[in-house]
Design a protein around this ligand. Sequence first.
Ligand code: HEM
Length: 506
Amino acid sequence: MANAVHGVMEFFSTAAQPTVLIFVAVLLLSLWMLSLRNPRVKWPPGPVCFPVVGCLPQMMISGRRRQPTDLLPWYDTYGDIMHVKFGEQHMIMLGTYELIQEAFVKNADTVSARPTWIYFLRQIVGKDGAGVLFKSGKAWKELRRFTLSSLRDLGLGRKSLQERIQDEARYLVQNIENENGKAFSPRERIGKAVSNIISIVVFGTRYDYNDTPEMLPVLEEVLRLGEGPVLLTNLARFIMPMKKMIALVDKLYSLIRQEVEKHRQSFDPTDIRDFIDLFINVTQEEEDPEVYTEWNVFRIIVDLYLAGTDTTANTLRWSLVHMVNHPDAQKRVQQEIDQVIGQGRVAKMEDKARMPFTEATVLEVFRLSTVGHCQARVPLGGPHATSETTNLAGYTIPKGTIIVGDLYRVLHDKNNFEDPYKFKPERWLDGDGKVVKSDKMIAFSMGPRICLGKGLAEMESFIFFTTLLQNFTFKVPEGEKPPDGVEGLNTFTFTPYPYNVCAVRR
Ligand code: HEM
């Protein structure tokens, strides 16, 4: 032994520096190869993962311009269930409807947690999580039930949620009318209209499009800083501007706290105005004080803004992209509006059943422009995690593995939808012109974690979209290129490249 140590010392003292570096590199590589052959876990096939960074280099190659289609060829190489590593974090990607169903529905008991142990989330929500989006276990179920029933109760309130969305759609029309048919970017005003709906639900107020409520820029900054797959790795500790992020989140909490205090002062249990009132009510009834904490209500409010604004706004932004690119479809929607609604009133949900082509168009936007897809740049809402060892497709997946359902792949698989990259609302209609739903339409995910705001999102998408087309015909401005209908920017959710439209009064 002494001889061997002596030999190694001699080697290092006499070898040239490059030789030592090569030696160290080979040693590290061998250790890593050995770790890959770790007999304890037999992971599904997947791309080469490097030490420390995992598959991040391949996932980040084209940065913000990465397209959701970029990773699809990986499935051809490795199969429908794939193992990748985000830094040191193991992750399983599921690329078919059947696999996602096996994980999120059949194994819901063990695949419904969120990975709150990862550095970034631990910093923001604590290791036990909070709210709905980032809570797991029994408390998540209770808070989810409370939030869903709150949305339902508010929908039945003094002025129903539907009426508030109709009002907001009218404000949006007025705002667009001010452009007088000239080219404009619809981006920001759509964002403000949609975030007003969440403001109404949570705080009972809407804001004029010229006023920016203090919370919005803070939230936008949080979303911007939180983009990208690095977020899911422990490397976030070194790369993400965590101090800035935490300061922004603190700012959000203090703004929400001010609102909660204001509500407490004018609270009347016989006149519940919004989500905050419902929460004050439930805390007074002293139902499970460990679940109904102020910390959880703060988080739910942030969750509703995070999950409920960007998603719906981007769906509407995409729907205008498809309308200017497909004037025939736009005309067919307008014909249906004229027959069923006319010009004298605003659309309501009951109209949908009599407007199959419009319903099909909205479904096609949800499908083609999967805003909440989970792929190269896993959006925050997406990642599930195993709370126990779980068997998936014959593999034993250990506790603490991130599980991602690749909604984008399912919605763009030619076995599920013919010509998947074409905008074809007709695919949702049968020979009699009736809407045919498909199980494969999982833009809102499935299982007990399915989007909590699905009903609200469908109502907003239908009413905003129909009201816009009732009032305007949207066109590509003269001399400008038609907007891209497939590729876009992977921000927090999937958004179209910036574009302008002209809105011609009908
Ligand atoms: C077009 C619009 C929308 C789309 C495509 C969408 C899609 C999604 C998806 C894919 C998830 C992840 C589900 C999973 O983890 O398996 C999700 C979760 C969630 N969404 Fe939505 N969403 C939309 C609008 C909304 C709205 C308007 C709200 C607000 C009420 C909302 C609230 C939530 C919440 C709170 C969660 C987390 C649920 C949980 O973890 O239990 N979403 N959504």
